[in-house]
Design a protein around this ligand. Structure first.
Ligand code: HEC
Length: 431
């Protein structure tokens, strides 16, 4: 593969998906949660020859037609995701930011399952409506693909062995304790609850803005901001503990209400954390049902900040740093790929019921190693939606180095109990 060809293939076939289908708004600028840019001009500049408008235009002619026709009464502005907003760019970004569209498997999109499996506000017959939505997503995808050049064939890549299942990898660090996490970046929000981006070492979080006025709302106050997190569980669980990763500035900003599914929300007050995000246990014992669960966190005092939630049936479990708080590190020896002594590592978190988040991709090596165009494979398959790391093109010095500051959302396929992750490299060689 010549460098020229490599460059060409990157620009023409990968940039569009890299920028549009993942959470990667500013891949080279920002180390934190990368949120899909809601600013169309922000997308345009780094994309070279690819027309950044093509996904939007395709959306306007497909899914947007369906949502404008049938979903405006709630999803125009008040109800997240605002996929029927008057501004098509805002509607488009809301769907992609919140992972409601699965281009690899359109039938698995939340926008389709919401109609087919949950009968959510169908306009005629739910099965027909779901099919219409699915067809619109397929058409949206095909319109974008029509603008892409064919990707580099898989046989030209060097591929690692697969990890254990995500569940088995997690069991290694939590000694078998079951934990489920969900992150602020993917909560469904009701105003005034807002998402604040990650800055430096601080994670992205949600809060009801303080605006200099303290409040203390009741548990059912209609003006309260709400964050709804989704957790999917393979089994029913009872009497578990719910934890929040919170930053509490003062006792005027120290409370939420929280509850799971139909259970009444309970008031939860946290100690002050002095500017740091800390894991604090929420009030009470909580249950999970089999399948999808909604954890509702309501505003009590504005200014209280929440970055993550964690559920565990183990009353004695205390979330700490890496590993025990939902982040696991996957490690891949690369000896069998012709670079003896080198290894790849990446952090993985359970982002929410539908996705994992990868971050901190890194190579360890004892010799200078050139690496370019990395694909993440889920259960052995590459999905062009998962393309952030295809942009890697780097000489890693002896001693090792981080490869990409970008985080990447990987859509779950079978869930933690079956999903396995591996990596493929177009170029991986000592230099
Ligand atoms: C009568 C109001 C109403 C209408 C009309 C409505 N929705 Fe919703 N929608 C809601 C509410 C409330 C929520 C949040 C609670 C939930 O998840 O069900 C929501 C959430 C959602 C979500 C995100 C949550 C998830 O489970 O992923 C999607 C996707 C969605 N709606 C799709 C649609 C589509 C598609 C239409 C149009 C066919 C539609 N909705 C019409 C009220 C509505």
């Amino acid at each position: 593969m010549t460098p020229g060809f490599f460059k060409w293939s990157l620009v023409t076939s990968l940039l569009l998906v890299a920028f549009l289908f993942t959470q990667c708004g500013k891949p080279f600028a920002d180390k934190g949660d990368l949120i899909y840019s809601t600013d169309a001009s922000g997308l345009a500049s780094p994309m070279g020859g690819v027309n950044p408008q093509s996904s939007l235009e395709a959306f306007e002619r497909t899914v947007y037609q369906v949502t404008r026709q049938n979903c405006t009464s709630c999803h125009r502005s008040s109800q997240q995701p605002i996929h029927a907003n008057d501004d098509s760019q805002v509607a488009h970004n809301a769907l992609l930011n919140q992972y409601k569209i699965n281009f690899t498997n359109p039938a698995q999109s939340r926008m389709v399952k919401k109609l087919r499996d949950e009968g959510h506000n169908c306009w005629s017959n739910c099965e027909n409506d779901a099919q219409e939505m699915q067809d619109a997503i397929v058409e949206w995808k095909e319109m974008i693909e029509a603008e892409q050049a064919p990707p580099v064939p898989a046989q030209n890549f060097k591929t690692t062995a697969q990890s254990r299942t995500i569940l088995a990898e997690r069991d290694l660090v939590t000694a078998g304790t079951v934990i489920h996490t969900a992150m602020a970046g993917n909560a469904t929000l009701t105003a005034p609850m807002v998402l604040r981006p990650a800055v430096g070492m601080n994670p992205a979080y949600v809060e009801a803005p303080n605006n200099g006025v303290d409040n203390n709302l009741g548990a059912a106050d209609p003006a309260a901001g709400i964050a709804r997190f989704t957790i999917s569980s393979p089994a029913a669980r009872t009497n578990g503990a719910l934890w929040g990763l919170v930053n509490i500035g003062s006792t005027s900003d120290d409370s939420f209400y929280a509850g799971i599914n139909a259970a009444a929300v309970q008031s939860w007050t946290s100690p002050v954390t002095n500017g740091l995000f800390r894991w604090m246990r929420m009030t009470g014992n909580h249950n999970l049902a089999v399948g999808m669960n909604t954890v509702t966190v309501r505003e009590r005092k504005n200014g209280a900040q929440l970055a993550k939630i964690l559920y565990t049936p183990d009353q004695n479990f205390i979330p700490g740093g890496e590993g025990t708080a939902g982040t696991i590190t996957l490690r891949y020896p690369l000896d069998a790929l012709g670079v003896a002594g080198a290894s790849l590592e990446v952090k993985l978190e359970d982002y929410d019921a539908f996705s994992y988040r990868l971050s901190a991709l890194r190579i360890n090596t004892t010799r200078n190693l050139y690496v370019a165009n990395i694909r993440v494979l889920l259960n052995g398959q590459y999905n062009p939606q998962h393309s952030n790391y295809t942009l890697v093109d780097q000489m890693v010095p002896a001693g090792g180095a981080p490869l990409s500051p970008a985080n990447m959302i990987v859509l779950k396929e079978g869930g933690e109990a079956t999903d396995k992750i591996s990596f493929a490299f177009e170029i991986l060689e000592f230099r």
